[in-house]
Write a protein that binds this ligand. Structure first.
Ligand code: DX5
Ligand code: ZN
Length: 225
């Protein structure tokens, strides 16, 4: 299992003060910035694009930017994000006609590649991809909005994907996204996740360092068994 990463989703940040929000959450102990890209086509919401990613880099953000593409088609926007400073680019296989080619495209641009599984996407989609990717992202809500409740069946799915990753022997991260809070992150970690996206749980709290600290303590306790 990879070292623990907390990746706050800026979807729930105050967009009018985005640079400051990202600085604050990184100073509060977060390792990555989770960047949700929605196109009002693949998902029924519209958010942010490569310009904002580039603006964060220009602002001085050095932490990995974890770009979660909820767009269709995906290939045309990938070079723009690579140029804008994305570190990891994840996409939904349903949104790409040639999934393996999209993975190759991301890696050819020097970024890490992730595959995102929706709640109803079977884990078998990973069968011929696990050797080629750097991260699996399991959605524990249906994509499109922050602040939804964690879907409990994702815990069993996490255990299955953890087994597949361990059997592959590769250093593939297992990220969870949707409804992650300080009070359920322990069981999510115990089920096999090492990378945790949290939007509303962090940005709607008065003290980011306090929530992130409690999340890390719960993950630490779960990982010690
Ligand atoms: C949902 C996004 C998530 C979302 C998580 O489509 O991919 O990253 O912002 O938000 P919370 O943590 O509030 O469920
Ligand atoms: Zn996301």
């Amino acid at each position: 299992m990879q070292p623990t990463v907390i990746a706050p989703s800026i979807l729930s940040a105050d967009f009018a003060r985005l640079g400051e929000e990202v600085d604050t959450v990184l100073k509060a102990g977060a390792e990555w910035v989770h960047f949700d890209v929605m196109d009002n086509h693949y998902v029924p919401n519209l958010t942010i694009g490569p310009l904002i990613c580039e603006a964060l880099r220009k602002h001085g953000v050095l932490a990995p930017i974890d770009v979660h593409l909820m767009v269709e088609p995906v290939d045309c926007i990938i070079p723009d994000f690579a140029k804008a400073g994305a570190s990891i680019i994840s996409f939904h296989p349903e949104a790409s006609r040639h999934v393996h080619r999209t993975v190759q495209l991301i890696r050819s641009l020097g970024c890490q590649a992730g595959i995102v599984l929706n709640p109803a996407t079977p884990v078998e989609v990973l069968d011929y991809l696990l050797e080629e990717i750097d991260m699996v992202l399991l959605m524990s809500v249906n994509p499109g909005f922050g602040g939804q409740a964690f879907i409990p069946s994702t815990l069993d799915k996490l255990r299955r994907v953890r087994g597949m990753i361990d059997a592959s022997g590769r250093a593939v991260r297992l990220e969870i996204d949707g409804g992650v809070k300080a009070d359920n992150i322990g069981e999510i970690a115990a089920a096999g996740a090492d990378t945790f996206v949290a939007g509303s749980a962090i940005f709607n709290a008065p003290d980011y360092a306090d929530v992130i600290g409690r999340m890390k303590a719960a993950v630490g306790a779960a990982r010690r068994g």
